[in-house]
Design a protein around this ligand. Structure first.
Ligand code: DC
Length: 220
């Protein structure tokens, strides 16, 4: 079974997908981490993440791997576990930039398909229901108002001991939404047969419960 969860940054996709995967014994696949891995490599090389000319030649040097241990996904970039290093704000912006390049999306496509062929997955990203898993049994589009997503992001960072300014985080969230939804190639959008879930006014736990009951309906 394949469950696709798409939506903008900070909508609670990863928290929801993780909880659902745990409850159902599925593998949680965070596809954003793959784009982040490429973003990190490009930054390390001193290249410009939005430049097709600079990024595309680097793809031949990159080996990205996803490994799952104890339900946790780890991302390896040329053999190095970069799971922690890809969570910075600069890598977030670089990931959004490189993700607009068609060659980057093609580079990561087979890997995402392959893991879904071999496992029951809950996969989160931006184009999962529309492009990567058009055959998913359940396609969700999880969203919330930018202000709510920015507030959650500030809290998440605070939990990690990182102090962030709400206005800066809100500006980043809005900029990344714009980039991800307006790129020409495979932008973030609701799948034709996708279900829109706005959790601005609803606690995430409730949304998760609702998704689990939808999955159970589809499995029956
Ligand atoms: O989900 P995330 O914030 O970790 O994703 C980082 C960036 O990667 C996001 O700004 C857009 C891009 N992305 C994408 O284009 N397609 C995906 N399936 C997942 C992420």
């Amino acid at each position: 079974m394949k469950i696709a969860i798409d939506g903008p940054a900070g909508a609670g996709k990863s928290a929801a997908a993780k909880a659902i995967a745990k409850k159902l014994g599925f593998i949680y696949v965070d596809t954003g981490a793959l784009y982040r891995g490429i973003g990190l490599y490009v930054l390390r090389k001193g290249a410009k993440p939005s430049s097709i000319e600079e990024v595309v030649p680097l793809l031949a040097e990159i080996k990205i791997e996803m490994r799952h241990t104890d339900g946790e996904q780890h991302i390896f970039l040329n053999g190095e576990d970069v799971s922690g290093l890809i969570r910075t704000e600069s890598v977030s912006a670089a990931a959004s930039d490189v993700s607009a390049i068609p060659a980057v999306r093609d580079f990561l496509f087979d890997m995402q398909r392959d893991i879904a062929e071999k496992n029951n997955v809950v996969m989160d990203g931006r184009d999962i229901g529309t492009v990567v898993l058009p055959d998913a049994e359940l396609k969700l589009f999880l969203t919330a108002k930018p202000e709510v997503r920015a507030r959650r992001r500030v809290l998440q960072l605070a939990e990690k001991g990182i102090e962030a300014n709400y206005d800066d985080v809100l500006a980043d969230v809005i900029q990344r939404d714009y980039n991800d939804s307006h790129r020409d190639f495979r932008p973030l959008k609701l799948a034709e047969d996708g279900i829109m879930m706005d959790n601005t006014e609803i606690p995430l736990e409730e949304t998760i419960e609702k998704i689990i009951s939808l999955v159970k309906e589809r499995m029956a």
